[in-house]
Design a protein around this ligand. Sequence first.
Ligand SMILES: Cc1ncc(COP(=O)(O)O)c(C=O)c1O
Length: 423
Amino acid sequence: MKLPASAHLTQLSAIRIRQYSSITKHPCRAILTSSHLSSFTTHRRRMSTITNGVNGAKTLDVVQNAKERKPSPIRSLFPLEKTPGVISFLAGKPNPTMFPLTSLSFSARSPHSSSLEDETTYSLTSEDLALEVETDAHGISTTSLRSILENWPAGKPKPKVLYTVPYGCNPTGMTATLERRIEVLKLAREHEFIVLEDDPYFYLYYGTAPRTPSYFSLEPQILPETGRVLRFDSFSKVLSAGMRIGFASGPDAILSAIEKHTATSNLQVSSLTQVIAAKLLDSWGYEGYKTHTERVSEFYREKRDVFQAAMVKYLDGYAEWVKPEAGMFFCHSSTAHDKLTPDLTRFKLNLTSGSDLKDIGDSESVIRTTAFEKGVLALPGKVFLPNGNKTAYVRASFSLSPEADVYEALSRLRAALVEVRGE
Ligand SMILES: Cc1ncc(COP(=O)(O)O)c(C=O)c1O
């Protein structure tokens, strides 16, 4: 399979994106995407997933799908947040203090007048489609991926797409290492699949080592030809979550397919949000945008460090975790088959006294009962497991809570664990 390398920039609707393709330092064609677009990757918030093609190998029965849709397990916990006194690490929301827009004004003609002079001013203030691949603290387990692909049943079409969140993965918090990225790209060539690189946490990087290149920029360095990486950037974490605007970069053939799909589904990204983003980015230029993202990452780095210090203070011996190098989550393992070696564990609660690492435990019952009664919430790892198995892992978001709340909440979590362990 040899896909044409992308080599030119395009202008779409109202927003010019020229300077932003240089984010990846790679000549590319880039197109705007709305949130709906990237949701075609059904398990996008879960983990690395390989699927049998963007459109699926089967014709989906839309009506049946709608009937079978279940309520979001994450959102079903949100009402608990409203309980007075509860401190919550549930939602993976960006911190609004880092959004640059402080106010937005627009004018409208009065419905009673056609005169432009007569204006009112408003102000707004600030199963068989997918299968899992194991991940660990270094990213996708290429041993697992290779084994899946090499043992693929003869006669059954091989997966066409690998979906991954390489920086500060939601929910696992892991950031893929350079070695793993290179191995994945080589496997992509060997087994002819496309890598969907969903990278909304790219700018929220806190590591001391130089930033690992994206799959998109690595591809031309590693493989003899390009065209196997489709990259998704999002402004949701750095400009505004509500704007839900981003852009895709990749091979012409796929971008054209996305454009056609958009034209017959949601038509285009909302013009209003495009104009807002375009105005802002035009006035900043690329250097201004970069400076802003550096401020944003510094802000979250401090939040990460506060959370880490509070974890050490209260949860040493009561949980195991890996300090995240990117993103906004201290997190659980997203796969039940995760190797529970100490250096690879994420935020896992030790639910029995002197618990050994093989103990599975059930963080959900602890979160919904004892932890909630003590006034703290985090997201049970079970909601991310397609098989719904019990797990001791949790995802805690550090993006919103002020320092005092973090310390208070983690001391409550410790008290809950002391009670559950019968100490
Ligand atoms: C994995 C992943 N992809 C994308 C996004 C952002 O999506 P959007 O650009 O649709 O706001 C998020 C955050 O909500 C995310 O966690």
